[in-house]
Design a protein around this ligand. Structure first.
Ligand SMILES: Cc1cc2nc3c(=O)[nH]c(=O)nc-3n(C[C@H](O)[C@H](O)[C@H](O)COP(=O)(O)OP(=O)(O)OC[C@H]3O[C@@H](n4cnc5c(N)ncnc54)[C@H](O)[C@@H]3O)c2cc1C
Length: 481
């Protein structure tokens, strides 16, 4: 690989001081601003194409939108309703590639039921024909209408009063924070310099505020993948840059349940909006809201009204909802324009500023690989390969020699979060068996994961560990931070 200092390739255990020294001393081909899924995907793709890159995030990797999504890797049924067949086809293609090659441990198939109530916004024939088109674009066999009996077998909490039928189709779910982290790990494995808690505060020259000081970074090119902060970073380059997008707030609520669900629910509320009830990491994930946010991104928060709306909308189709266990909020970045945020297209907009910085705004988790390639194309990188590359941990999933003392549920959990890297994570437990003890009561996470998060996954705080590297924040006792 051109330009790589081989001594920097083995970056584990994580050495922040060495990474900082490299950030200051090196001239990079590319600096990526933002370690959400878009920046992480660009870093993965750029490093695979031989670029010598640095990636920085002002907070934790995946600390913002990319751990606050609905966790769906999906074609997007509502985009079909909005007439965006191209986006649906592309997203389905990406879903298949992620599920089959890039991250089969993290991206898993999931059937979805779309309940049709007598007083609902859709007639069954309309939904059925939509599902047929959707499933054709998905190249999925699972589609059609099912009766209440089969539907209730899949979703035991399904409300059956005035239920006419359910449409059945398939998509996939993921752990968004860990998918982002896996892309950063892939880039780091190829020698990328990656630093969280490092904020770009100036662009001419590039200045990064990190660990109480400000350092200058030299890079031939810069890409702005700052998500909801994209315009703020654009203004560092050009103080007169006009707003390029608007923000929509989406709140999710997590409740107990979901363990015995064989499908998720897509619940229609009107002709455009749907909400989801998704069995996720042994819990039930409900959401989301979609309301315009016109303040600074940092001011967004979950209100009681948001939580009440999510629970109300879920109860249209789910019976016996438990009390909220946790909630979180994210901001969608939508292209500027008129009209409601729910009907706005989830497109990606690229722009190039006066000093050549390429800014990426909007898009979906599902299509992150495609967005990354488009970003590199805008940066002028030639000979781009579209071939999917397995992320670290994505191969050898059926050949893992698990320690005997781990039960099947724990093995499955670790396989999902780490893939074949589970063995690397568990290695210190050979000398210290206490690392096989639970991290928090009632969750399948182990103490070894906490150690690994610090030594191999750039975690700096308890929140980084409990909220984004493990699923400990879902414990009944709350987040121990
Ligand atoms: C409620 C909701 C539900 C969604 N559900 C889905 C779904 O189910 N499926 C799907 O495909 N998509 C979904 N999406 C869309 C998807 O989550 C986003 O498209 C994606 O996460 C955006 O990633 P990003 O990297 O652009 O932004 P972010 O994840 O926000 O990353 C931007 C990063 O830039 C960093 N940053 C900002 N300024 C600076 C600076 N000056 N210096 C350094 N770093 C900086 C931030 O700290 C942040 O970590 C959803 C979005 C929302 C809001």
């Amino acid at each position: 690989m051109p330009g790589l200092d081989e001594s920097s390739v083995d970056q584990r255990p994580i050495n922040r001081t060495a990474a900082l020294e490299r950030l200051e001393a090196t001239e990079f081909d590319l600096l990526v601003i933002g370690g959400g899924i878009v920046g992480a995907g660009i870093a993965e793709a750029a490093s695979a194409h031989g670029l010598h890159i640095a990636l920085v995030d002002k907070g934790d990797f995946a600390g913002e939108t990319s751990s606050a999504s609905s966790k769906l890797i999906h074609g997007g049924l509502r985009y079909l309703r909005l007439g965006d067949v191209g986006l649906v086809r592309e997203a389905h293609h990406e879903r298949r590639v992620l599920m089959n090659v890039v991250a089969p441990h993290l991206v898993r198939r999931l059937p979805f039921l779309f309940p049709l109530y007598e007083d609902g916004p859709y007639r069954p024939w309309f939904v059925q024909s939509g599902i047929v088109v959707y499933s054709t674009l998905a190249r999925a066999k699972l589609n059609g209408l099912v009766g209440a009996e089969r539907a209730e077998k899949l979703v035991p909490q399904l409300r059956d009063t005035r239920l006419r039928a359910c449409a059945l189709y398939e998509d996939a779910w993921t752990n968004d924070g860990r998918l982002t982290l896996a892309n950063i790990r892939a880039a780091a494995d190829r020698g990328a310099t990656v630093l969280n808690y490092a904020e770009v505060v100036g662009l001419d020259p590039v200045e990064v505020a990190v660990d109480g000081r400000t350092i200058q970074v030299r890079a031939k090119a810069v890409v702005n993948a700052a998500g909801p902060w994209v315009d703020r970073v654009r203004r560092l380059e050009d103080p007169r840059a006009k707003p390029s997008m608007r923000l929509s707030k989406g709140v999710h609520v997590v409740v107990d349940g979901g363990e015995n669900w064989g499908a998720a629910l897509t619940i229609p509320h009107d002709k455009i909006r749907v909400s989801f009830a998704v069995p996720w990491e042994g819990m039930l994930l409900l959401g989301t809201t979609d309301t315009e946010h016109d303040g600074e991104p940092d001011t967004v928060s979950v209100s009681d009204t948001d939580v009440a709306q999510v629970l109300d909308e879920a109860s249209v189709a789910v019976e016996g909802l438990g009390p909220p266990r946790a909630s979180f909020v994210g901001l969608r970045v939508l292209p500027g324009g008129e009209g409601g945020t729910a009907s706005a297209k989830r497109e990606t907009v690229f722009s190039t500023g006066p000093t050549g910085m390429v800014s990426v705004a909007g898009g979906k988790l599902t299509t992150y690989r495609r967005i990354a390639l488009d970003a590199l194309d805008h940066l002028g990188v030639r000979g781009l390969s579209k071939r999917p590359r397995p992320l670290p941990g994505a191969t050898g999933l059926d050949r893992i020699a698990w320690p005997d003392d781990l039960d099947t549920a724990t093995r499955n959990h670790l396989l999902h979060l780490y893939g074949s890297l589970a063995l690397e994570m568990l290695a210190p437990a050979t000398d210290d068996p206490s690392l096989l003890e639970p991290l928090v009561p009632g969750r399948p996470d182990l103490r070894a994961q906490e150690l690994y998060a610090r030594t191999h996954e750039w975690a700096r705080s308890n929140e980084d560990i409990f909220r984004r590297r493990t699923t400990a924040w879902l414990a009944a006792s709350g987040i121990p931070v």
